[in-house]
Design a binder for this molecule. Structure first.
Ligand code: PLP
Length: 375
């Protein structure tokens, strides 16, 4: 099965991990710090604070910014639930902003959603495609709001050769197994704000600072959200390969773009000429006449060996969100969910695999074209 996204673990990754396993330190130590320094330097920020997941990183970050009861956060429904879960758990309310057909938040629709309770804007770089971050920052500046970028898909993506990471007040990346690079599970916050970095470090480790000899002091409430040395060693090794992984995924994506350039039954995600995308996902957006047979299309593609997936069910359509925040319905996000399929595009694939995927997608969609919606 060719997966929509998967890890690539090579011999040197395994060596890096076993070297740590043979040593004395397994919990957070110098490897974590080395990984943080390398990642901060890769995205060109002053600070990076690593966590055991991006979910933990988001939780720590929203907490560090003191997001709390009754705050409103403007965000996108086309994301993994963790983006909003981690501020909802602090008592804040999600204010959903509709998306564009590329899956990214529609910056033109943000300002109308701002109220005196709005605290932050949280965009997601869907599939790795950078959001319109300058437009979002301008709105945030005008209304004195934070911009927290959930770039879990977008490590290595850039705008005008500047890596995603240094644009927002703080940015989160995920190292979950199938994200652009992996630490098995892991996440990180990057920022240029020394105060926030300090709070994050306390928060991830019980709020404790070491004093002299055995003495330590707990200054703030904290948890254990630390990354392990084992994970960090894998991260250091994987970071060296990130640009190679991105180049391969882009090679495949550019081939798809070309094969699909005159496709009539679906759209693809268009990347601006001044942007580079990590191509964490390669989404195709089906025309409305293919919405009804989508389940059959999905099933047929899987039977033909394409490990496809759908990203994402709008977060507001989940039971928890309906129960707590009522029914929400945004036209483009609803449509996007009906239309989207992520097809295989990962760094383990060769160009023959890509040809098979493109041929199969075109052939299968053509088969269902006549069906339409018959109720
Ligand atoms: C994967 C993902 C997360 C959560 O990352 P974990 O490291 O699995 O906790 C959050 N937001 C988005 C957009 C993601 O894709």
């Amino acid at each position: 099965m060719l997966s929509y996204s998967t890890q690539l673990i090579e011999e040197d990754d395994i060596e890096a991990v076993t070297e740590v396993l043979r040593g004395n330190l397994l919990a957070q130590g110098p490897k974590v710090e080395e990984f943080e320094n390398q990642l901060a330097s890769y995205v060109n920020t002053k600070y990076a604070v690593a966590f055991n997941s991006a979910t933990s990183a988001l939780f720590a970050l929203y907490s560090a910014y003191e997001i709390a009861q009754d705050d409103e956060i403007i965000t996108t429904p086309i994301s993994f639930v963790a983006t909003s879960n981690m501020f909802v758990t602090l008592g804040a309310k999600p204010i959903w902003c509709d998306v564009k057909l590329d899956g990214n938040i529609d910056a033109n629709k943000i300002e109308a959603l701002i109220t005196p309770k709005t605290k932050a804007i949280v965009p997601v770089d869907f599939a790795g495609k950078p959001v319109a971050i300058e437009a979002i920052k301008a709105i945030a500046k005008k209304h004195n709001l934070l911009v927290i970028q959930d770039s879990s898909h977008a490590l290595g993506s850039s705008i005008e050769e500047e890596k995603i990471g240094a644009f927002a007040d703080a940015t989160v990346f995920s190292f979950h197994a199938i994200k652009p690079i992996t630490t098995s599970e892991g996440g990180i916050v990057v920022t240029n704000d020394a105060g926030i970095a300090q709070k994050l470090k306390l928060f991830r480790s019980h709020g404790i600072v070491k004093k002299q000899f055995w003495n330590s002091d707990m200054l703030r409430m904290g948890y254990n959200l630390r990354m392990t040395e084992v994970a960090a060693a894998l991260g250091i090794s994987q970071l060296k390969k990130l640009d190679r992984f991105i180049a391969r995924r882009n090679e495949i994506a550019e081939y798809y773009d070309q094969r699909f350039s005159d496709a009539k039954l679906f759209l693809t995600q268009k990347i601006e000429p001044n942007q580079i995308t990590s191509r964490h996902l390669y989404p195709i957006i089906l025309n409305p006449e293919l919405h009804c047979p989508k389940e059959e299309i999905f099933h047929t593609l899987q039977q033909r060996g394409l490990g496809v997936q759908v990203h994402y069910k709008p977060i507001y359509q989940n039971s928890y969100y309906k129960e707590h925040f009522g029914e929400v319905s945004l036209p483009v996000a609803n449509d996007f969910y009906k239309s989207e399929i992520s097809i295989p595009c990962n760094q383990t694939m060769n160009m023959e695999d890509a040809k098979y995927v493109a041929d199969t997608v075109l052939e299968v969609l053509q088969q269902y074209n006549y069906r339409g919606c018959s109720f």
